[in-house]
Design a protein around this ligand. Sequence first.
Ligand SMILES: [Zn+2]
Length: 311
Amino acid sequence: MNLIDVTKAFSTEEACLEFLEHLRWPAGVRCLKCDGDKLSRIERKSRTKNKRTRLFQCLNPECKYQFTPTTGTIFADSHLPLTKWFLAIGLMLNAKKGLSAKQMQRDLGTGYQTAWYLCHRIRKAMEEGQLPMLTGVVEADETYVGGKSRNMHKDVRQRKITGTGGMDKFPVFGMVQRGGKVEAYSVPNVRKEVLVGKIRDRVSSDAEVVVTDEWCGYSGLNATHRHEVINHIREWARGAVHTNTIENFWSLFKRGLMGSFHKVSLKHLNRYLAEFTYRFNRREDADIFLQTLVRLVGTSVMPYENLVSDN
Ligand SMILES: [Zn+2]
């Protein structure tokens, strides 16, 4: 579903509510509290344009619970019309290199804080849970993202103590199963115990091969995995032995950070990584909009206070 389809299909609040209702209860609405199916549907006349207009009243006399298609979801407690939510999801999925809160603010015509909070809530729904172990041909690569390169070899925890965080470069580490999914993490440093540790955690020991560059942070990996090294000074690929997929991912991520996000704090880095891996891993999926809505409906409310604390 492309952006034009999204704006066409979800141009009214009613259309969005209708869609969410069928997404949540494909076999008919049931009470969120007692699971009863005796309900009355109240179409509420909306006095303001932002008011949810669809209300269910449980008819079980013990329960009498009232709820809407958004109750208990990330859409609840949001004053933003669902049409804007849906458009925001479409915009974020469409933006290969990411979308800044500033751009979202312009596209939706909302305040900056609303746009920022919205981006973070959609991003949260993009976090993958525990994925299966990687196998086959696996590429692994470490790099630095963010602002200035000074201090880049210091440990992140150490930098926090010296108060030079914020605009520094942060070490990140990623892996991809060739033909499969990318996963990427912010890491405290790129030393051997971190990188080899992460590979041993996440790559099956019967994987065909793990390909990395010649960085010393991968030494000793061959004790548990077949390890091939590409020396980028001499060559970029030796047949199937290359790290091009994960490097493509990093270049997309870095361009995204440069163009769309002026500064990335360590606190949000993992969420940005989640957003980029999510889009990258689904770049061929025609139903990515639907997949994302399903996740948003299943994602509980994320309080604004949790996002802004410790910043
Ligand atoms: Zn009930």
